[in-house]
Design a protein around this ligand. Structure first.
Ligand code: NAD
Length: 477
């Protein structure tokens, strides 16, 4: 069992009467227990954040920037230990865990460089009109299990830079790295500015209903996002919702098939497909369909899957039993429907949640594997011939998170990018996220954005100050 598993409330260790178990998805074994916080612990965290807010909001911007940058340095300083722990609780291979932790550190540096300027709307002899951005108050942040460190930092860094204080709840499946980050932050920030609470299924709804929060920043599934919005309505909390996706990749026949297959493989299967912006369905032009499927299959056959803590492993298990069962159900439905199911990869035997890389060869467009978010190492490939038709199929989804287009014809790619209904469109690359670029879902993939200046602004309220000048007063007298 791990010894360090305390929550952070008011800059100190905090416990709860109950515990929840944390499993290693590579073997299913419980290796840690963390506090199962309820209303009492949540109230304490909100109270600490509320007390810390006035002084933190009054701290000069430059000072807050320096502290956010220091958080990045502290995470970078612990990168190896955090990455090993991340592999153990999340399942991703060590190199991918290191990438996530390093990205979290870099994100802090990038966010710390940002500023929100006062917008001068009018400056005349009569009037000066300025719009300021002011912090909202106490933010409730809820993060998922697929990128627990990075996606928690996407909330912590901009929320506190903008002058808010925060209570963050990681997923009960992956609480450990975030608890460690909470402990690191105690050395950097005043008590109460960032509080970390862990708990089971009841804690999220307690947060979204809590009147002490002015805003909820949530990343998770679309189904939960709907519940968050409903619950937040009671006190009209501000909301950012980063939700699910069913991202299409569209492959035209003028591409280098081998190189494109390699890139699409990793865009679909990195983290065993458990990325909100993973490629989740591939539309391949009929002229290159067979060659593309063969290339993808060959890559899948060669990539080793196993316990991510072992050297040379490139794909890990699915993160938890629920997700494992969901993907298995989708696979069983594919098989029952008569679709061609190609189990190309190999997965280790044993108690871990392993599912071999599986390709579904041209399934029916209406099948669940095409229409729903699989969030696992299974990928449908679908043939197309006509540009208008493929755009219509790509857009026929409640989701609109991201999409990729693969072609050497830039004019065609840009034409398509304009027609695809998604918050991010990547041309000839994938997963190309930047702290400076807006990221958010269209349709039911989300509300609002993270990253970029717009993402920072979402942690503020606009406040317009209008001055009627003495000269104008005198003239009117
Ligand atoms: P989830 O919705 O099950 O859980 C997300 C978080 O919400 C967890 O911390 C969970 O404990 C909490 N939660 C559960 N029920 C709640 C409720 N009623 N009220 C408030 N909080 C509640 O999602 P998950 O399975 O952890 O993550 C996978 C999903 O997240 C996928 O759909 C994926 O696409 C999506 N995701 C989206 C983004 C994005 O930026 N758009 C990024 C990563 C993951």
């Amino acid at each position: 069992m791990l010894d360090f598993t305390a929550m952070t409330i008011d800059g100190r260790d905090a416990e709860a009467p109950g515990r929840i178990s944390v499993r290693n998805p590579a073997n299913g074994a419980v290796f840690a227990e963390v506090p199962d916080a309820g209303a009492v612990e949540l109230d304490a965290a909100v109270a600490a954040a509320t007390r810390a807010f006035p002084a933190w909001a009054a701290t000069p911007w430059a000072e807050r920037q320096a502290l956010v940058a220091r958080i990045g340095e502290a995470i970078a300083g612990e990168a190896d230990a955090l990455a090993r722990l991340l592999t153990r609780e999340q399942g991703k291979p060590l190199a991918q865990a290191q990438f996530e932790v390093t990205a979290a550190a870099q994100w802090c540096g990038a966010i710390a460089s940002m500023e929100l300027l006062v917008a001068v709307v009018e400056d005349t002899a009569e009037h000066r009109v300025e719009t300021h951005r002011v912090p909202i108050g106490v933010v409730g942040a809820i993060s998922p299990w697929n990128f627990p460190v990075l996606l928690s930092i996407w909330k912590i860094a901009p929320a506190i830079l903008a002058g808010n204080t925060l209570v963050l709840k990681p997923s009960p499946f992956t609480p450990l790295c975030v608890l460690r980050v909470g402990a690191l932050l105690r050395e950097i920030l005043p008590p109460g500015v960032v509080n970390i609470v862990t708990g089971g299924d009841e804690l999220g709804p307690l947060m979204t209903a809590h009147p002490g929060f002015g805003k909820i920043s949530f990343t998770g599934s679309t189904a939960t996002g709907r519940r968050v919005m409903e619950s937040a309505a009671a006190t009209l909390k501000r909301l950012t919702l980063e939700l699910g996706g069913n991202d299409p990749a569209i492959v035209f026949p003028d591409v280098d098939v081998q190189a494109t297959a390699e890139q699409i493989f990793w865009s679909a299967f990195t983290n065993s497909g458990q990325i909100c912006v993973a490629t989740k369905r591939v539309y391949v032009h009929a002229d290159v369909y067979d060659a593309f499927l063969a290339a993808l299959r060959a890559i899948a056959e060669a990539v080793p899957m196993g316990d991510g803590a072992q050297q040379g492993i490139a794909l890990g298990p699915v993160q938890n039993q629920n997700q494992y069962e969901r993907v298995q159900t989708l696979l069983a439905e594919c098989r029952a429907s008569g679709a061609t199911v190609i189990e190309a990869g190999r997965a280790p035997e044993g108690p871990g949640y392993f599912i071999p890389v599986t390709l579904i060869d041209d399934p029916d467009e209406s099948s669940r594997i095409v229409q729903e978010e699989q969030f696992g190492p299974v990928l449908p490939l679908i043939r197309f011939t006509d540009e208008d038709d493929v755009v219509a199929r790509a857009n026929a989804s409640e989701y609109g998170l991201a999409a990729t287009i693969w072609t050497c014809d830039e004019a065609r790619a840009l034409r398509l990018a304009g027609r695809i209904e998604a918050g991010s469109v990547w041309i000839n690359e994938a997963l190309a996220l930047s702290p400076f670029a807006a990221f958010g879902g269209h349709k039911q993939s989300g509300v609002g954005q993270e990253n970029g200046i717009g993402g920072l602004e979402e942690f503020t309220n606009p406040k317009t100050v209008t001055i009627r000048r003495p000269a104008a007063q005198a003239a009117a007298a």
